[in-house]
Design a protein around this ligand. Structure first.
Ligand code: SME
Length: 158
């Protein structure tokens, strides 16, 4: 089964925490040479990005608007590829082994509601082809997010 339909079936879950946990594990194991894969959810109440399900070392619990690569991708509302994190001013180092990073927005009705953040210990890990694949995976996650937004609800709505 291609990765897109495998992610779709994994995300066919009642509880958002289940779906996003499995999605982070799936991407972590599927794409290889990564040390962190996870989600940050936008909380409109605090105007911050809040750590969600992930694979990898413990990470920053919240990220302020415009901070780090995640904050930048949130503002830009499009994927951000950082081939070398040491040359990105304001990069937030959750795992000091991380060398490159990609952050993709997850959108519901055109609004960024979450971010998919992926780190690698290799410089220049994320190619244009990876970006394209991950964008397609993000669309699947966005489709699911539409059903469960706002994420504070523990069950899917409807
Ligand atoms: N590097 C991110 C912070 C999150 S960790 O990588 C998990 C950033 O600069 O926004």
């Amino acid at each position: 089964m291609p990765i897109f339909s495998r992610l779709e079936s994994l995300m066919d879950a009642t509880y958002p925490i289940t779906a996003f946990s499995n999605a982070s594990s799936f991407i972590y194991h599927e794409i290889g040479d990564v040390n962190w894969v996870g989600f940050y959810f936008y909380d409109p109440m605090t105007d911050k990005l809040i750590l969600g399900p992930f694979q990898g070392k413990p990470a920053c619990v919240e990220i302020g608007r415009g901070k780090g690569v995640c904050g930048y991708a949130f503002e830009k509302a499009s994927p951000v590829v950082v081939p070398d994190v040491s040359s990105f001013p304001g990069h937030i180092a959750c795992d000091s082994d991380s060398r490159s990073e990609i952050v993709l927005p997850i959108k519901v009705k055109g609004n960024v509601v979450a971010l998919l953040d992926i780190d690698s210990t290799s410089i220049g890990r994320f190619s244009a082809e990876d970006t394209e694949t991950l964008e397609k995976l993000s669309l699947i996650i966005g489709k699911y997010s539409e059903k469960v937004y706002p994420f504070v609800f523990l069950r899917t709505i409807g």
